[in-house]
Design a protein around this ligand. Structure first.
Ligand SMILES: NC(=O)c1ccc[n+]([C@@H]2O[C@H](COP(=O)([O-])OP(=O)(O)OC[C@H]3O[C@@H](n4cnc5c(N)ncnc54)[C@H](OP(=O)(O)O)[C@@H]3O)[C@@H](O)[C@H]2O)c1
Length: 293
């Protein structure tokens, strides 16, 4: 089956990666456009094409699939401007790549006869020019109208990703999960690094020292899942050790106590689900870890 042509509106980090790797996967490029011509030109140089323009309509009008890869807050308006200027051919598929927003923010394109969807890669694209294929082996979540989903799924698979279809109304919680697993993991490590630094281990060493523990925990979650992977004082019902942690944190770095307590409080639920705690230990741990305002 002939592969559909595609256009990229918004030549930033993701737009550039999509352009490069869809082209590599054999999808014909209709063209690139961005807010500034210099960005479109830079992306064109990276992916080896001369198909770019500062007039978005000139690029998008001929495309079977249009990716709007502007920052999230601009997607709806960029789409509306294109729709109002006859920027989509009838039956085109218009996709955005935001994890936070549903495909319905592209409703202006749907009104002008296009099929709308979103295609969100669960990957971090830190720069425009990434070595290798950042889509290889990752999950791309897709939602939207049937025609858009079918094409987005095919493109995701051709990029080397695994496709996950989610209901449009589930998009916000799905994104909250991704933010927790990615961004808040950074916050969690930051807490651990700050505590270990207070114990006299330098910030240079902190990651090296903790990494085998982190790797082992991720491996355990993969092998036995949650709650079985939970170990440590809360899983053992060792209230005294948890209390000693809190006393040390209060004396040396009190600002970190609320986060430590909040994480501990929810960890008690996991330990209770594992079945290793007496009801008395559950109540005692909840009592000392509860945040009181
Ligand atoms: N980066 C990631 O890790 C990642 C991961 C998953 C999903 N996403 C999603 O991908 C989308 C793009 O994110 P990004 O990180 O690639 O952003 P980015 O690097 O900031 O790039 C956004 C691009 O959009 C262009 N732009 C801004 N306003 C525009 C307009 N009105 N018309 C046309 N182009 C416009 C900017 O143009 P100029 O350069 O021309 O000024 C910029 O090059 C977002 O929806 C984001 O949620 C990103």
């Amino acid at each position: 089956m002939k592969k559909p042509s595609f256009a990229v509106v918004g030549c930033g980090r993701l737009g550039t990666a999509l352009g490069k790797h869809l082209l590599n996967a054999g999808y014909p490029l209709a063209g690139l456009t961005s807010k500034s011509l210099s960005s479109a030109k830079h992306t064109a140089e990276i992916i080896g094409t001369n198909k770019y323009s500062e007039v978005p309509r000139d690029i998008t009008r001929s495309a079977d699939v249009v990716f709007i890869t502007t920052p999230d807050g601009i997607i709806g308006d960029a789409c509306k401007t294109l729709a109002e200027n006859d920027g989509f051919k009838n039956g085109a598929v218009v996709l955005h790549c935001s994890g936070a927003h549903p495909s319905t923010i592209l409703s202006s394109a749907e009104k002008s006869g296009a099929f709308i969807g979103s295609m969100h890669p669960l990957q971090s694209f830190a720069s425009k020019d990434i070595e290798g294929n950042p889509f290889q082996g990752i999950t791309v979540s897709v939602e939207g109208t049937d025609n858009a989903v079918t094409i987005a799924e095919k493109m995701a698979v051709d990029l080397g990703a695994t496709c996950l279809t989610i209901p449009t109304e589930a998009k916000t919680l799905y994104h909250a999960a991704a933010v927790t697993a990615c961004n808040y993991l950074v916050t969690l490590f930051d807490l651990a690094f700050k505590l270990i630094e207070k114990a006299g281990i330098s910030s240079d060493q902190a990651f090296k020292v903790l990494k085998p523990l982190i790797d082992g925990t991720i491996s355990n979650i993969e092998k036995v899942g949650i709650p079985e992977a939970l170990t440590g004082p809360i899983a053992r019902g060792d209230t005294e050790t948890v209390q000693r942690h809190m006393t040390a944190i209060i004396s040396q770095t009190p600002g970190l106590l609320p986060l430590y307590k909040t994480l501990g409080f929810y960890t008690v639920d996991i330990a209770a689900a594992k079945g290793t705690l007496t009801e008395f230990a559950v109540q005692e741990l909840r009592k000392i870890l509860k945040i009181t305002v």
